[in-house]
Design a protein around this ligand. Structure first.
Ligand SMILES: [Zn+2]
Length: 201
């Protein structure tokens, strides 16, 4: 991931200073920042796919190390709680584990920030192909996908939402919106990788 990004959503820039991108200026997201360690592709993509779809739990340590090597973890100091992006109960049952939780356990296991899987619930998956929709359609498609299950732990808390990949950011945005509505003081999104559309490169 290049050094210069949108200071809010983390969209990478390959030249010039960091600044807010046009999307964030016209429609600021409900989180304080989103950052990823790497651009999705190559070895990292291979490891993430293996972890998610081929039960490759042994990939989690290497991916966590990749994340920790980069500076993206810095805001750990800002967070009271780390919440791995939840899966719906159906998807969790099918996959047998939540990859975001496995990665969060690797990254934060030795650190003093608690990781909690029971604060935020995913009630449904929403639209499958978000990338094909406009930004507005995506916000609609994921609306109401999350529920705060432990309101007392969200009120007044600075929260880090942790996931393997950030794609359109709409799902993470909806999770952040739900947590902010629940009284969180801030939500920062951290992922191992983020997809970067060709037109941004
Ligand atoms: Zn932005």
């Amino acid at each position: 991931m290049p050094e210069t990004t949108c200071t809010l959503c983390g969209r990478p820039y390959w030249s010039g200073p960091s600044h807010w991108c046009g999307n964030c200026l016209s429609s600021p997201p409900p989180y304080q920042s989103a950052r990823a360690a790497v651009v999705y592709g190559g070895e990292a993509a291979h490891s993430i796919l293996k972890l998610k779809y081929h039960g490759g739990l042994n990939q989690a340590a290497a991916l966590a190390a990749l994340f920790c090597e980069r500076d993206v973890i810095k805001t750990e100091t800002l967070a009271d709680i780390v919440i791995p992006m939840p899966l719906t109960a159906e998807r969790l049952a099918r996959r047998g584990f939540n990859q975001a939780a496995e990665l969060a356990a690797e990254v934060f296991g030795e650190k003093s920030v608690p990781v909690s899987e029971r604060i935020l619930e995913r009630t449904h998956d929403g639209h499958r192909r978000l990338a094909a929709l406009s930004a507005k359609e995506r916000r609609q498609a994921v609306k109401g996908c999350f529920r705060v299950a432990a309101p007392q732990e969200v009120r007044g808390a600075a929260i880090m939402l942790f996931d393997d990949i950030l794609t359109t950011g709409s799902t993470a945005g909806e999770a952040a919106r739900t947590l902010m509505e629940g009284g969180a003081t801030r939500v920062d999104i951290r992922t191992i990788a983020r997809t970067v559309p060709a037109q941004w490169r």
